[in-house]
Design a protein around this ligand. Structure first.
Ligand code: BGC
Length: 762
């Protein structure tokens, strides 16, 4: 097997436990299995999750104020079905007894294989291999295949297979606000169970959020014969104890797991039973084949090929693999900041989904992008309620959430990040542009554009002292090291875009689909003057520019603050958020992450090269990159400006954020945004792709370190392959009749099957 398809851990080190639990998590967007070992010991944090399955918890405030969210939502670590105990001749295996330990994540076939040897005594060595897989085709199912090979005669082997809730909470001294903290055992109440042969299914209800889930296991012996299989119930779950006496052949035991939600425990249990029964009938090979088939299609559309660079190739694939593993695909869930790999950030969804993850899917698997955006539609009513609660019109999406309610307890870096509304609107608008998915426009997209535009119109004001410009006050932009400012440049320019998108699609519907237009206008009670309001607010949007520096100030007061001395801040004081009070940080010019620079990227065609250059040069020096979201965007703009070497360094940083644990917190879960960011950096950075005026634009900048890189994108139902080399960019239209592109500002026409090679000017 080509090494660029696998990630291998060859030795087991205590210090790396948490990191590999996250990196080796397996998921399908619905079910996620963190990569904790089968043993109960040797773990940083066990985890099995269902995307969107959460418990609520009252938020305790020392001082309460009106409009503070009252409840947090937390993704629940579900009953663990990965757990096993092994006993050979009465002696229990513990991780330290193993030698030749390895784990191999296979991204082509979608599974992980762990192997180790266990020297039980002189003359007896057992080789254990365990394959773990979370199915992409049956989203509620996972499977484990255990194989025991004996070198020497063995009298007895006992395998205990369990499914049980975990009582684990975060170390109270662990003060990182980015880590998760819920204990599964304290959140789930067992209500009912069902057992049949080697199958056991249990129904649970959450104590506060009243959600119901059933978790079930079933077993199948493919080789060997057990002398006894005993069922045992214990606190929090159950086990099957398999005893093998004098085994003569290899033992191969399959364990199927199913996790299902339902309106009540009977339905959830019935669904689990049906899953387990059909998996047993179809057999494990069927699930494996379907997995390969699913991934073959996925990689065909989504792979980014970096020939001759195996190491980077592998990491890039790892990132894309985690994106498809993490993203909800049912229109009711999104992608948590940590995917389904850990409970960091409590499993919340942020703007990360729309700005960092949706672009990848929009251009490779548009149906997944659609379902991520549909999730926002599914919570639109709650966003409307939240806007009302804060005395505003329209809808305000929560800064962080699972169920649609705001779950951010610290409003300066939470609710005040109103830009989430514009980020969602932006993402919808871009999705519509590249897919022409008018059904989505009519059934969901337009409604969100209207409600978010309404919100902005209500939030901002035409301020006489600013010549009647439309200003937005008391907001926090993407950079969380400044808070509650007036006229954050990013927020204003994105709100302007939000208004323009609402106007654009309003006019489009009126002209092209009058009956839907009338239906929606009626149901949303769009008043006659609203469209004009949005247009005027967009025209008059306040977008300050500082002539002296030639840059866009991040906000009204930003340039009046002293500059934080990043160079002389000891490296152990980063991230600043863990070492300084927020007020200390807010008082300085210092950035956690790209803010104006993010605007330069997203609003690429509204800002001149010169202004971009000056702004980037200015902000780069004061950006700490404490947020994993920063590097990708800094990199894209560096490349656009021709700082190719710098762009490459940012690429390496965002690419390896998790693989090399750059920020030191991958143990709490992967960073889906920076993983999406690595794709963004290839496509928008190296290839310089932009979309605008109904056209794809390319303006490549390939660092010398990369000989060749190629990827595919879907655009308006056509598929295009792009290959970058040092001196050339090659386009190949794989489906669709013909397509016009702009390459370094000249238009070329592509025809299906014909290659177009363009020289890259340096
Ligand atoms: C960043 C946010 C991001 C969140 C979740 C924070 O550290 O500042 O922009 O949405 O992490 O990834």
């Amino acid at each position: 097997m080509d090494n660029s398809w696998i990630v291998k851990q060859s030795a087991f080190k205590e210090a790396d436990i948490g990191k590999y639990e996250s990196l080796f998590s397996l998921g399908n967007g619905n079910l996620g299995l963190r990569g904790n070992l089968e043993e109960r010991e040797s773990t940083y944090r066990k985890g099995t999750y269902i995307n969107g399955f959460y418990e609520t918890e009252p938020i305790q405030y020392g001082e309460w104020a009106y409009g503070y969210p009252e409840e947090n939502q937390k993704i629940i670590p579900l009953p663990e079905g990965k757990l096993f105990e092994f006993y050979a001749e009465g002696k229990q295996f513990s991780t330290a007894d193993g030698t030749d330990h390895s784990r191999i994540l296979n991204m082509k076939e979608g599974h992980m294989i762990r192997t180790f040897k266990w020297k039980v005594r002189n003359g007896l060595v057992i080789t254990v291999s365990i394959t773990r897989m979370v199915s992409f085709v049956v989203p509620s199912m996972a499977v484990q295949i255990l194989r025991f090979k004996f070198d020497g005669n063995i009298n007895s082997l006992r395998v205990v297979s369990s499914l049980e809730t975990q009582k684990q909470s975060q170390d109270p001294l662990h003060k990182d606000p980015r880590a998760g903290s819920l204990s599964g055992a304290d959140s789930l109440k067992k209500i009912k169970s069902f057992r049949d042969g080697l199958m056991d299914v249990c129904g649970y209800k959450t104590k506060r959020s009243n959600l119901v889930l059933a978790a079930g296991m079933d077993h199948l012996l493919l080789s060997g014969e057990y002398t006894a299989a005993e069922y045992r119930q214990k606190e929090g779950g159950s086990s099957f104890v398999f005893d093998f006496t004098d085994p003569e052949e290899d033992i191969v035991l399959v364990k199927f797991l199913s996790y299902r939600q339902g309106d009540n425990s009977d339905t959830a249990i019935a669904l689990c039973r049906a899953d387990l029964a059909s998996a047993g009938e179809q057999g494990v090979d069927y699930l494996k084949m379907e997995q390969i088939r699913y991934l073959r299609k996925f990689w065909e559309k989504s792979d980014v090929k970096l020939p001759r660079n195996e190491e980077l190739q592998k990491v890039l694939r790892l990132n894309l693999f985690h994106l498809v593993q993490s993203s909800g695909k049912n229109g009711k869930t999104s992608v948590a900041a940590k995917g389904l790999s850990g409970d960091g950030y409590d499993g919340h969804y942020f703007w990360d989904s729309e700005i960092y993850v949706v672009p990848f899917f929009q251009f490779t698997s548009p149906e997944i992008a659609r379902s991520l955006l549909l999730y926002r539609y599914s919570i639109l009513d709650k966003a409307r309620e939240r806007a009302q609660e804060l005395s505003h019109k329209g809808a305000l999406f929560p800064w962080r959430t699972i169920n649609g309610r705001e779950a951010s307890a610290y409003f300066p870096a939470g609710t005040a990040q109103y830009h989430i509304n514009a980020d969602i609107a932006y993402s919808i608008n871009r999705y519509l542009e590249s897919t022409d998915d008018l059904d989505f426009l009519v059934t969901a997209g337009f409604e969100i554009l209207v409600e978010t535009a309404r919100f902005w119109y209500d939030l901002g004001n035409f301020i006489p002292s600013k010549n009647g410009a439309f200003c937005i006050h008391e907001v926090t932009g993407p950079d969380e090291y400044s808070a509650l400012v007036n006229n954050n440049f990013y927020t204003n320019i994105m709100a302007k875009d939000n208004f323009q998108a609402a106007v654009k699609w309003y006019d489009w519907l009126k002209k092209n689909d009058y009956s839907s237009f009338m239906d929606i206008t009626k149901s949303l009670k769009i008043q006659k003057d609203e469209r004009a309001h949005w247009e005027t607010a967009a025209q008059k949007m306040y977008l300050p520019f500082n002539e002296e520096y030639g840059i866009f100030p991040q906000d009204d007061s930003f340039l009046d603050r002293p500059v934080w001395d990043i160079k002389n801040t000891p490296s152990d004081k980063f991230p600043l958020l863990l070492h300084f009070h927020p007020l200390t940080i807010y008082r300085f010019q210092v950035l956690k992450q790209a803010d104006v620079v993010m605007a330069l990227f997203l609003q690429w065609n509204k800002i001149s090269f010169e202004k971009k250059k000056r702004s980037f040069d200015y902000y780069e020096k004061i950006t700490t990159g404490d947020s994993s979201l920063s590097a990708a965007i800094q990199g894209v703009i560096a490349l656009e400006l021709g700082y190719v070497q710098k762009g490459y360094e940012y690429f390496l940083k965002t690419l390896t954020m998790d693989y090399d644990d750059v920020n030191g917190n991958v143990k709490d879960g992967i960073h889906t945004a920076s993983m999406g960011g690595s794709w963004i950096l290839v496509v928008y950075g190296f290839a310089g792709m932009r979309v605008g005026d109904n056209l794809l634009h390319f303006s490549p900048h390939l660092p010398l370190e990369i000989e060749q890189i190629s990827f595919r994108i879907q655009y308006k139902k056509m598929q295009l392959e792009i290959t970058l080399e040092q001196d050339f960019i090659t386009f190949l239209l794989l489906s669709g009749k013909s397509l016009n592109l702009s390459v370094n500002k000249s238009i070329i026409e592509l025809f299906r099957g014909e290659k177009s090679v363009m020289a890259i000017s340096k």
